[in-house]
Design a protein around this ligand. Structure first.
Ligand code: ATP
Length: 717
């Protein structure tokens, strides 16, 4: 009934074109006069904001706001839109396979043809890409109708899309290629990290109807390549996707420069999942005329999905890994019991932490992956499946049992590996008994589309409050169900105050008693995995554990506004327990890191301070079976850290690990996100392990073997 009413209320789409007033109305996002956008009275129950309203609405997305009910969107069938050309419609239907429009798609497509500039705000994973692409294609089509010669040549850039990362550029290019398939247009990518000469040649030789690029390479081409400059002078549509990310990455200058090469009468789209002051300021410079705002998030609605349950768990850092393992295991088992597979993304604050914790997770939960080929299918039975003509996935799952595969992606991994792992994680089949886990940093937080992610776990706080929304947005995409859990240390609890508008509640399951049970490896919920867990903890290289610890301290120092920051000592005391899990004794932290934490002088510590025996707690002291029985550290400060202080010399290096969310400024994922130390793996291989004795006797970390290590159970993985 509701659907019938919604359809009756919907007039022909061509009548939706917005009446646009000329003039500079909007300009004053930052204070000057603005004009009100025309709003069709028959508008779906979605908010269409004027720039005036935008200017007055100076709240950031993660900031608190009063909850209010918002009308539910009733999906509209694509067949109802009359503003889409037949070729585009055919692609939506046959190539993309989309039958109904998402909320943001409806808001854009029901208004086609759109003449002017638009700012789009919609929740993560709601199909913004198709929304702006369809509009851009239809605008370009009209321009081609007026200029058939241009259409025939296809040499000039018709639509230019700027996006922060190569991965996103690739994603958008894939969608664009599908949508223009029947138009027979060309789609090209101009991104960093690939050979410029190849891209340049392709621009000159092939159609350039839609060009998607990352800011650095685009600016470079426009500034230094007259032929590209010439191709761009009559660009019809410019789109800035993930505008908030572009700005967070410091691309403001690049954006200004790129727009300076484009004609003033172009159509501009600014697309963002979150709206903050920086985005408003960008809007005030890139929109050459008045613009309309399409805001698909209700004024008082949380910028997350109702279908994604959000919980947090408070626990000391040494409990984080067992909790993480328990969360992952429970989720996989539960889904399997319901006949589904699992796809989990775990976010860590720093590269070092992602490497270290991700490797522990791999050693504990990964299984049967040797049976997989690159596509995630079983190898050994492949010929049988093909011969019998049976679906590979089903037979595979039945024959070799559960499969759990862990992928790691962060900015220290080469672009090529990242792309490969990203593709594999995306394609990993989500069928019963199969689970894939991605251990990552904020490099995977924004814009990356991994369909079917069933759970997002955030270990620690994100670098910015808004990032919480983006990370969470990797699940619950395209209307699917999802789950989000944040594991926070007590020192991080103040972060909850920064995301008050999010419907996140304390986990009812993970009570202090249950957390203790999870961490009681001998008798608790993870007893069956105790040998694997203890072995993984033992395998971790102490220097890398320490390095990850330092990276966490630097991370807190850089993002101090997100935590309760009464001074560095509390942060150190609150973070140091992460060492306990690995049985690595605490040592003095580098001077510059101390300065960053604003604790003044390095505290004097004798060796008994350094060890955690004096602190007690942790796993061992409670049940004499966990990770806690430890002696003092033996590393001298001079020998141990003199050279390491170098790592904190430059601001970039010091705080680099926070930048890993977006990666290279030229659109890759990587080069900005320096971490602490250069080696990739946080774990020793066999030969490394054999050297441990030397290191211990040579003044490196002394990690006394707890009584529980070395038992038969521990080594058997
Ligand atoms: N109309 C539709 N019907 C079904 N699936 C859709 C539809 N539109 C988009 N999708 C799918 O939904 C997923 C999310 O789309 P998209 O990546 O465009 O979202 P987004 O809003 O740009 O997300 P983010 O803010 O995270 O970048 C994609 O897998 C896409 O293929």
């Amino acid at each position: 009934m509701q659907q019938i009413l919604a359809r009756l209320a919907r007039p022909a789409a061509h009548a939706f074109a917005l009446a646009r007033a000329p003039g500079p109305g909007w300009a004053a996002l930052a204070g000057a006069p603005v004009r009100l956008a025309a709003r069709p009275a028959f508008c779906a129950p979605i908010r269409l904001l004027s720039s005036e309203a935008l200017a007055h609405e100076r709240r950031d997305d993660a900031a608190p706001s009063a909850p209010a009910a918002s009308a539910e969107y009733v999906p509209v069938s694509y067949s109802e839109y009359t503003g889409i050309s037949p070729y585009t419609m055919k692609a939506i239907d046959k190539v993309m396979g989309f039958k109904t429009a998402t909320k943001v798609q409806d808001q854009i497509i029901s208004r086609l043809p759109i003449e002017g500039d638009i700012m789009i705000k919609a929740k993560t994973g709601t199909g913004k890409t198709v929304a702006f692409l369809v509009s851009a294609i239809e605008s370009l089509l009209r321009a081609y109708e007026a200029d058939p010669e241009r259409r025939a040549k296809g040499h000039k850039i018709g639509c230019l899309i700027v996006t922060p990362t190569r991965e996103l550029a690739k994603q958008i290019a894939t969608e664009a290629e599908k949508l223009v398939k029947h138009h027979r247009w060309g789609v090209q990518s101009i991104v960093g990290g690939e050979r410029a000469s190849y891209q340049l040649r392709a621009l000159q030789m092939r159609r350039a109807d839609i060009v998607i690029g990352t800011p650095g390479r685009l600016r470079d081409f426009l500034e230094n390549q007259p032929s590209v400059n010439e191709q761009a002078v009559d660009t019809k549509v410019m789109i800035m996707d993930e505008a908030d990310v572009l700005l967070d990455m410091g691309f403001r200058d690049e954006l200004n420069k790129i727009t300076s090469f484009l004609p003033a009468d172009r159509q501009t789209f600014l697309v963002s999942a979150t709206l903050n002051q920086k985005v408003r300021e960008l809007a005030s410079t890139v929109f050459a005329r008045g613009f309309d705002m399409i805001d698909c998030v209700g004024r008082d609605e949380a910028n997350s999905h109702a279908n994604v349950k959000q919980e947090y768990i408070t626990a000391s850092p040494e409990q984080h890994i067992p909790l993480l393992i328990d969360l992952v295991e429970t989720h996989i088992k539960q889904n399997k019991a319901e006949g589904r597979g699992s796809k989990i993304v775990v976010f860590f604050p720093t590269i070092k932490a992602a490497d270290l914790y991700g490797e522990v997770l791999r050693q504990v939960v990964q299984k049967n992956v040797h049976q997989l080929d690159d596509r995630g299918f079983g190898q050994q039975h492949q010929h049988q499946h093909q011969r019998r003509g049976q679906p590979l996935r089903l037979r595979h799952a039945r024959e070799i049992g559960d499969i759990v595969k862990l992928f790691t992606i962060h900015g220290k991994i080469s672009q090529e590996s990242r792309s490969r792992r990203s593709d594999q994680f995306r394609a990993f089949p989500v069928s019963a008994g199969r689970a894939s886990i991605l251990a990552t940093t904020d490099v995977s937080a924004r814009g990356v589309d991994y369909p079917d992610v069933s759970m997002v776990i955030q270990v620690g706080i994100p670098p910015q409050a808004e990032s919480y929304i983006h990370r969470l947005g990797r699940t619950g995409r395209a209307g699917k169900a999802g789950e989000g859990v944040a594991i926070l240390a007590p020192v991080e609890m103040a972060f909850l105050g920064k995301i008050k508008s999010m419907p996140i509640t304390q986990s009812e399951k993970y009570t202090p008693d249950y957390i203790r049970s999870v961490c009681d490896l001998e008798n608790g919920a993870l007893a069956h995995l105790a040998p694997r867990i203890t072995s993984a903890a033992q395998n971790a290289d102490p220097e890398r554990v320490e390095s990850a610890y330092h990276s966490m301290l630097a991370y807190y120092a850089a993002g101090s506004e997100l935590i309760d920051h009464p001074g560095g000592d509390r942060i150190i005391a609150g973070t140091e327990p992460m060492l306990k899990f690995f049985n690595v004794p605490a040592t003095p932290i580098p001077r510059r890191l101390h300065e960053a934490l604003r604790v003044g002088k390095l505290p004097r510590r004798d060796s008994s301070d350094r060890g955690s025996g004096s602190r007690g707690g942790g796993f061992g002291s409670r049940n004499h079976r966990g990770f806690g029985s430890r002696g003092g550290g033996s590393r001298s400060r001079d020998g141990g850290f003199g050279s390491r202080d170098d790592r904190f010399r430059s601001r970039d290096d010091r705080f680099g690990s926070r930048d890993d969310r977006f990666g290279s400024r030229d659109g890759g994922f990587g080069s900005r996100d320096r971490s602490f130390g250069s080696r990739e793996s946080s774990f020793r291989d066999g030969s490394d392990r054999s050297q441990r004795g030397d290191r211990q006797s040579g003044g490196g970390h002394h990690r006394p073997t707890p009584h529980w290590m070395g038992r038969g159970k521990v080594g058997s993985r």
